[in-house]
Design a protein around this ligand. Structure first.
Ligand code: PLP
Length: 401
């Protein structure tokens, strides 16, 4: 009976054209953005979130190696019992300094940091209400759902919508506005200034997910809120160690008091094994490097501009934004998957199709990401490959969503 139920579900997913297959690839640390596929072909990666290639940075690898040999593979337990390590405290100090906050708290992933923190808020403030952007990430949605308190969902990046909802709640009821700085699938940047002003007016706390911006934007890589000069007005900054910092893990940065109360109540913090010391050490080295080096950020921005210009020149439409994320909306799951497969098989380009539930149905897309290590030649090859596949599949001109 159970096998039938499971098979049925897979059939449904396949019939909707959104069945995902893992493509076995092996990244080449010395030669990012190259990877090797199962036939030993060299392929070029065009959809990794290791935006600055820091996972392969020589010093980051060397620090991870040293920590591995010094402290072993795993951390040995939860933070409160066997899994604390001084490197985790150093990492948290580094993050607090990066965001100019009193304290930071590290979790095992960005997903967990959102889920755990937002879940814990209702334990701390049982009568609170969430105000959440409708395009927020699944980890935010989950955390808010797990909190089991009322939530108002406002229209994407829509200040009037947010204000009309805030107005409905008395000033003395605890509230939190939860939003992202860069939305990962469209690459749109949120109106942080205006959200902060509303939060002040309506006595709300602010929680910003900077997962796709830390390391990439702002002074020392402190993110978009920092670059807009409003980071000090944000109550909780959340980020990841897995994207621009090239490791794994997530965190929040805030006041001593808030971190203390989350640390003491969040199930996703209390009941899981902490990050391995080698990861904490690697992330720490990566953050430290990106605090002082502008080289990777500048080169990354340069590559983004060159690629966007090349797409414009080739008349390949993409969703316009002011960030590094370059979405090409196809709007059909099977067609998007076919494009990805052809790019891979015929052009050695790894650009995975993005389908529901990662994006809404009808907005299936290719989401191009570039690193500082993509060359002009790689960009030219990508453009040629896209043109060739689009022509073959009769995709004349892809509309932006
Ligand atoms: N928040 C946003 C906006 C994301 O896009 C993601 C992952 O892509 C996460 C949180 C989760 O971060 P992590 O991959 O570190 O778990």
């Amino acid at each position: 009976m159970y096998a039938q139920i499971f098979e049925h579900q897979i059939k449904v997913i396949k019939s909707e054209g959104r069945y995902r297959e893992f493509v076995p690839i092996l990244r080449v640390a010395e030669n990012l953005p190259y990877a090797i596929d199962r036939n030993n072909r060299i392929i070029t990666l065009w959809c990794i979130n290791d935006y600055l290639g820091m996972s392969c940075h020589k010093n980051v690898i060397s620090v991870a190696k040293d920590a591995l040999h010094a402290s072993g593979v795993g951390s040995g337990g939860t933070r409160n019992i066997g899994g604390n390590n001084k490197i985790l405290l150093e990492l948290e100090n580094n993050l607090a300094d990066l965001h100019d906050k009193e304290k930071a708290l590290v979790f095992t992933s960005g997903y967990v940091s959102n889920d755990a923190t937002l879940t814990s808020m209702s334990k701390i403030m049982p009568n609170m209400i969430y105000f959440s952007d409708e395009m927020n990430h699944a980890s935010i949605i989950n955390g808010i759902r797990n909190a089991q308190v009322p939530k108002y969902v406002y229209k994407h990046n829509d200040i009037a919508s947010l204000e009309s909802l805030l107005r409905q709640v008395p000033l003395d009821i605890p509230k939190m506005i939860v939003f992202e700085s860069v939305y990962s699938m469209d690459g749109l940047i949120s109106p942080i200034n205006q959200i902060v002003s509303l939060a002040k007016r309506y006595n709300a706390l602010t929680y910003i997910d900077e997962v796709h911006s830390v390391g990439l934007y702002g002074n020392r890589g402190a993110g978009i809120a920092n670059s807009m000069g409003v980071a000090n007005d944000i109550d909780i900054i959340q980020g990841t160690l897995a994207k621009a910092y090239g490791a794994i893990g997530g965190y929040i940065a805030s006041t001593n008091l808030l971190i203390d109360v989350v640390r003491s109540t969040a199930p996703g913090f209390i009941f899981t094994t902490s990050l391995p010391p080698m990861i904490a050490a690697a992330a720490n080295a990566s953050i430290q490097h990106l605090k002082t080096s502008e080289v990777e950020r500048l080169r990354h921005q340069n590559r983004v501009t060159i690629l966007k210009n090349a797409l414009d020149k080739a008349n390949i439409k993409y969703f316009k934004n002011n960030s590094h994320i370059i979405p090409i909306i196809i709007g059909d799951p099977i067609l998007t998957k076919t494009i990805s497969e052809k790019l891979f098989k015929e052009h050695s380009i790894y650009l995975q199709h993005i389908n529901y539930p990662t994006v809404s149905r009808g907005s299936e897309r290719l989401r191009i990401t570039i690193t500082p290590y993509h060359t002009d030649k790689m960009i030219a090859d990508l453009i040629c490959a896209l043109q060739s596949v689009f022509t073959e599949l009769g995709i004349q001109s892809v509309e932006a969503a």
